[in-house]
Design a binder for this molecule. Sequence first.
Ligand code: HEM
Length: 532
Amino acid sequence: MCLSLRLFVSAVGAVIGVRLARSLYRLIYWRRFSPFRYMPGPPNPSWISGNFGRITFSKTQEWQTQYGPTFKFHNLLSATTLYTIDTLALHRIVTHSDVYQKAPMARFHLKQLLGEGLIVAEDEEHTKLRKIMSPAFGPSQIHGLTQLFVDKSLELSDVWARQPQDESGWARIDVFAGLKAMTLDVIGLAGFNYQFNALDDTKEPTELDGAFKQLFLQTGPRRIRTTAVLRGRFPFLRPLLPTSKKLANARKTMDRIGMQLLQDSKNAIESGEKVAERRDLLSLLVRSNMSEDIPENQRLSDDVVVSQLPTFFAAGHETTSTATTWALYALAVHPDVQTTLRAELQTMGTDSPSLDALNSLPYLDKVVREVMRVHSPVAFTNRMAMRDDVIPLGTPYTDTQGKQHDSIVMSKGQMIYVPVAAVNRDPRIWGPDATEFKPDRWDAVPDAANAIPGVWSHLFSFLGGPHNCIGWRFSLAEMKSLLYTLIRTFEFELAVPPEAIGTGTIAVQRPLLVADPGKGAQLPMRVRRVQV
Ligand code: HEM
């Protein structure tokens, strides 16, 4: 072996040795000295996988009943993870974004997919991006986009009306697929003035659609997935384990098309012609970035602007289609609510309501809030402590030695599971019927709900603090437009028993068939035109 190769192998060996020693030290530390060692929580079934893979909503509910609102579980490689639905603790976690951030491993994976988007930025970079992007998501912008939301909802209802029907007029439709196509078309046009044409089955999928699908493919050969996990977990392995070729090609296509779209937006803005017509988020972002309010040295580079496209795509499209799918599920399971909602919507004499008109419908508003509470589309997120801290607790926990704690001592590196859906369904806040779908509960919001540190409606669905969902107004306007159009036009029933519908274990809670999860997200429904 030549000298340089020997030196290289020794250097890699030394790095691996140091990393392993550090991991071992951390493990011994967590086991013997961590403030978490006496925190209650489920037993660790495996040193390698911990409780990972078993963490479903119902499992965490079981643990909550057994161990209380604050407990620990074990993640991969037995990493201790804090679980808490204590609203005082969650307030500190989401509002102190200098201390509690997405873990480096999560950010690494997100960056691989999305580039330098808002969702991966932290600290000053995040503040800067958020300041430039916020105007694109403000109330007047969303008013302007509502016509697009309604037009696309009408297009979806035309597609559904054309589906084959039985003799009573019922069609069997996977509503999730239709809603996904609709929200894809919307995010293309509203996000970056791009026609995906997903609702038009006479058109071939676009090149950008293909690139995004490739990028966000959940599955892939086991070797590729394992490599991705190793690259995320052990940064020093990254130069030795290259990313998948398909992923790299998809990113290249996306960046190339993104640059073209950005150039189009810049040309339109500079020529001054279409400024008033261009309402897409990208054009607004470009305009905001060029405005005099933003000092030259604070402006975003083209690469960073283009990186926001996959972020809009990832964060803004399946979340809203998932939420609306669950709304149709809830309305099918509660036909009385569906009938009351339809009666309210039919009082409006137009197919094309404005956002103000949609917002003036009180029952629609209650239904949307209740869907976002019971069927929170993002069930959880994660944070890591970037430095030592103490988290106050509203409800103290008793450790396994019988000692009571009114705060949690956090060490740098401590992982936290932020249980969004569990907070929205906490019986201590919403009462014993917390898991039931009852839109009328919004006539009298319980006082305890005021403590939920969420940006919207006493709910945690869009999170709170500096990283709250920037697209919450966008999403609610789109969802209301969809429900307005679809419920006025069609009746909905489930095509399978409610127990046959489940959810996966990933953060976005898509519906799937319990008997056939391999087929992916779907919600088969019976749909027919409203009988007059
Ligand atoms: C029902 C629909 C939606 C739900 C439930 C939802 C939920 C969330 C949640 C929980 C977060 C915080 C994630 C975290 O920090 O760990 C988030 C962040 C974000 N969402 Fe949404 N979202 C929805 C729709 C949208 C839409 C329509 C867009 C854009 C068009 C969008 C764009 C974003 C972005 C860019 C972030 C990152 C914000 C930041 O870190 O400052 N979301 N969303």
